[in-house]
Design a protein around this ligand. Structure first.
Ligand code: C2E
Ligand code: MG
Ligand code: MG
Length: 593
């Protein structure tokens, strides 16, 4: 056998992951039948490894392997043909073999041949007397060898077929991509990933319709996808609700995207009927032997996520979008480390000024993160990323603890400030969040009146009943609740009525525009009047100039915060700023205007 064929033969053998696995009754049964068929004491399923014969199954043999050298089974594997040696001692090849030394005289073996024609080894029978083998016996032995192969294929398929859809799974997809790289290198192809539903839709479906129904949805989708791509291509079931396949050889990017889109549009009614209301499809180009199979799946998945996030149904993989995904992923994994090491995270504090007295009455705690590799990462970037994950809970807890212990230091040095802490929407979904905040506040010996919690309108609106309940609990405990970034979310008066809390922070985008844009100033004025009518105290965010401050004073705004007064500062800098800050001169400045 040429050396490269031997390498391919070994590859075929190794890819089945059979060597050195435990014995199994399904093989032993066949081995026993072979021994009975020949009425001989010894039989084995013998696999030809690089330099040994390893027995998957054996009768009448004590050891698990013998050297390959001069083993008749190796000849069966190399030739992929049956072999009969009526008398080993009379055979020049085997006269001096280990088997002959051990007293074996007769050998008959049928090849264990793969579909691709590689001989893996032999189903063999051995005897201690010379013997002939009839063609009837040899035909039966060959049949048994085929049964061994079916058993091998069956075991191999097990764990590669999804039991629900009957389609090959992710492992098989990755293996097939690797094979494609070997058999047809250098080809640019398109991989397609179909994602049936968002995880929460799945959960809802499961809750409302039950598991059997959802299984049926997945089965129907599997059938629809297989039918759509036709018999000559394979659909793979790569995760519970995701399917993958390759576009035809000659598919061109744009044409193919169009085809997919029109398929989805044309079949919309059918998909909706099957409750596949929000399938998103990602298409990723790859080069057969260059792109690692894992990357093909990952990029197609990333494209499907893009499709989902821009409600586009079908999306082509984009490396820019992917870089953004990867950066988000990196931020997430780094942030969870940052929470543990206490060196990368810090709070800065930005003063809040009472516009009537000019006094600094409070400070907003703002999170800062210095990543050891990426440098400072803005909260505007990392907060929205972690807010969507379970990290939001430990992050807010870290902020609460740090801010509360800073506040307790200030209070004990007679600096009376109300501290304002930003919450994430998902914090309000933690069932015991309010209790936990109360516990922390008490633990730090802080009067609740000194604590304010900021939430955005959208955070409350997503889960109005739950969120309002938690916020009410905090208010009842004596804390304050502020609606942050007001004007950027729903900003509906009807909703505002339902929100607990009596402080409203007008978003900085309005304040910044106010001086240049008269309509914006009118808007701010009406927001302030309306909020006052509803009993809110109003804070203006992003006050950058004396002009903005003066207008806000005229409009009756209660408090202001912004670069005009001070940027957010680390505790020491804050203390220095505070000791130099003079409410009187601030007042005089303001009234001189
Ligand atoms: P925010 O709560 O509305 O905070 C105000 C943001 O405006 C801060 O940005 C602050 O530095 C910035 N700012 C203050 N005065 C001015 C000004 O005069 N002009 C301009 N242009 N900007 C001003 P920062 O610190 O980058 O935070 C951005 C956002 O990240 C915050 O908006 C808040 O939504 C979020 N965030 C920050 N820290 C935390 C935190 O500890 N927890 C949570 N959940 N979110 C946080
Ligand atoms: Mg805020
Ligand atoms: Mg804000």
């Amino acid at each position: 056998m040429p050396p490269h064929d031997e390498e391919n033969r070994l590859d075929a053998l190794y890819s089945l992951n059979l060597l050195d696995t435990a014995p199994s009754e399904s093989f032993d049964r066949i081995t026993r039948m072979a021994a009975q068929l020949f009425n001989l004491p010894i039989a084995a399923v013998s696999l030809t490894d690089r330099d040994r014969q390893w027995f998957k199954s054996r009768v009448g043999i004590d050891h698990w392997s013998i050297p390959r050298f001069k083993a008749p089974c190796a000849q069966v594997a190399e030739s992929a043909r049956t072999l009969i040696v009526p008398d080993l001692l009379a055979d020049s090849s085997y006269r001096n073999s280990l088997l002959a030394d051990q007293g074996i005289r007769f050998y008959a073996g049928a090849s264990l041949t793969t579909r691709d024609g590689y001989g893996l080894g032999s189903l063999c029978v051995l005897g201690t007397e010379p013997r002939q083998a009839s063609s009837l016996e040899m035909n039966a032995l060959s049949d048994l060898a085929k049964m061994v192969m079916s058993q091998i294929e069956l075991q191999h398929a097990f764990g590669r077929i999804d039991p629900l859809s009957g389609l090959p799974n992710r492992t098989q997809f990755l293996d097939d991509l690797a094979d494609l790289g070997r058999d047809d290198p250098g080809q640019r192809r398109l991989a397609v990933l179909v994602d049936l539903a968002r995880p929460e839709q799945l959960d809802n479906g499961l809750r409302v319709m039950g598991a059997t129904f959802m299984d049926q949805v997945v089965k129907d989708a599997a059938r629809a996808i297989s039918a759509a791509i036709g018999r000559e291509r394979t659909a793979y079931h790569v995760s519970a609700t995701q399917f993958a396949f390759l576009a035809p050889h000659d598919a061109r990017d744009d044409d193919y995207m169009m085809k997919l889109r029109s398929y989805l549009t044309d079949n919309h009614h059918r998909l909706v009927e099957n409750f596949i209301t929000s399938a998103s499809v990602g298409v990723a180009p790859f080069v057969t032997d260059e792109t690692a199979p894992g990357d093909v799946l990952r990029t197609a998945h990333s494209a499907a996520q893009d499709a989902r996030s821009c409600s586009a149904m079908v999306s082509m993989y984009s490396s820019t979008m992917d870089n953004a995904h990867q950066r988000r992923f990196r931020l997430l994994s780094d942030f969870s480390k940052a929470l543990k090491n206490d060196e990368e995270l810090a709070l800065v504090y930005q003063p809040r000024i009472d516009l009537k007295t000019g006094k600094c009455v409070g400070a907003e705690a703002l999170l800062r993160w210095k990543n050891p590799d990426l440098g400072p990462v803005s909260p505007a970037e990392f907060i929205p990323v972690i807010e969507q994950t379970t990290l939001a809970a430990p992050a807010t807890k870290w902020v609460l603890k740090t801010a509360l212990s800073q506040l307790s230091q200030w209070l004990s040095s007679d600096i009376a400030l109300r501290i304002s802490i930003n919450l994430s929407a998902s914090n309000l979904e933690e069932p015991d969040f309010a209790q936990e905040v109360c516990r922390l506040v008490a633990e730090h010996g802080i009067p609740p009146d000194y604590v304010e919690l900021e939430v955005t309108e959208s955070a409350i609106m997503g889960n109005l009943t739950g969120a309002a309940g938690q916020l009410r609990e905090l208010i009842e405990a004596g804390m304050h609740v502020a609606i942050d970034d007001f004007g950027t979310g729903y900003s509906s008066l009807a909703y505002l009525q339902k929100l607990p809390g009596k402080i409203l922070k007008i978003d900085q985008s309005f304040i910044g525009e106010m001086e240049a844009d008269g309509r914006c100033a009118t808007l701010v004025q009406s927001m302030i009047s309306m909020a006052h009518d509803l009993g809110y105290r109003v804070v203006a965010e992003g006050v950058e100039s004396p002009g903005a401050r003066d207008s806000l004073i005229k409009m009756g705004c209660d408090e202001a915060q912004g670069y005009y007064y001070a940027r957010p500062m680390a505790p020491n800098a804050f203390n220095r700023w505070l000791s130099q800050y003079s409410p009187q001169s601030e007042q005089q400045n303001a009234s001189a205007a």
